[in-house]
Design a protein around this ligand. Structure first.
Ligand code: C5P
Length: 237
């Protein structure tokens, strides 16, 4: 955690294996983790995860698991066998599911960090009200975060907007993984609540997820280095 680069996760949101491996080659040594999401995993499967892992890189498998405890435990077993470093589950899967996921991770030879996704940032308060959830989004996220923590989860995916509330109310050791990061001077694209690497780290982020600002840059390694420089500045000041 002391190396600013180790806090940078690049989202490998590309169409397939060839593009993914080219990005890994270009960015190796410039980022801490490569995030493989549902699109790439569904297309290329576990073989690509192993291929990237075998290059020595760290992997965040963003599968957002959400099913009955037995099924999630089985999926966790399969995922852990791939030698991954981080994996996501939905906090709304409930206590038994979260406990099963953590227990399965602990059984692995090298347990990955289990991260709980609280409320998807695409959900609005109107969506929550339609589900019968009253109160603010912060209250709902806080409730899901506490449920995950009590079940043994020690990392959360959250938006930059929620960092202050989570840092005020939760265990300071909790790892916060923050997407929606836009380095200074980069367009927000479809992300609504963005923060710069500097702002997010200063607010208390542990890791930052950056996709397009690095992957679509003319020089992705230089874009990653610029994000790392901002992280370093935030940690140093
Ligand atoms: O390209 P961009 O930097 O917006 O990519 C952000 C990555 O983080 C994407 O892989 C996206 O799926 C993921 N993510 C997000 N917001 C969340 C959870 C995950 O943008 N709440």
């Amino acid at each position: 955690m002391n190396d600013p680069k180790s806090r940078l996760i690049v989202a490998l949101d590309v169409a397939g294996r060839r593009e993914a491996l080219a990005a890994v080659r270009r960015l190796s040594g410039h980022v801490g983790y490569f995030k493989i999401g549902l699109e790439l995993f569904t297309r290329e499967g576990p073989g690509l995860v192993e291929e990237i892992r075998d290059t020595g890189e760290k992997i965040f498998l963003d599968l957002k698991l959400h099913d009955i405890p037995n099924t999630v435990a089985g999926a966790m077993r399969s995922a852990c066998a791939l030698g991954i470093d981080m994996i996501t589950v939905h906090a709304s899967g409930g206590t038994a599911m979260l406990e099963a996921a953590c227990a399965q991770a602990r059984e692995s030879a090298a347990p990955p960090l289990v991260l709980a996704v609280t409320a998807l940032t695409s959900l609005s308060e109107a969506d929550m009200n339609r589900f019968g959830v009253q109160g603010s989004m912060d209250e709902w996220v806080g409730r899901l975060a506490r449920t995950a923590y009590e079940a043994g989860v020690r990392g959360l995916v959250a938006s930059a907007r929620e960092i202050p509330m989570l840092r005020r109310t939760m265990d300071p050791q909790l790892r916060l993984v923050i997407p929606g990061i836009r380095p200074a001077g980069v367009a927000a694209q479809d992300q609504a609540r963005t923060a710069t690497p500097y702002e997010a780290i200063r607010a208390g982020a542990s890791f930052l997820v950056v996709g397009r600002p690095i992957m679509q840059a003319g020089d992705p390694a230089a874009a990653a280095d610029a994000a790392t420089a901002e992280i370093a500045r935030a940690l140093g000041s």
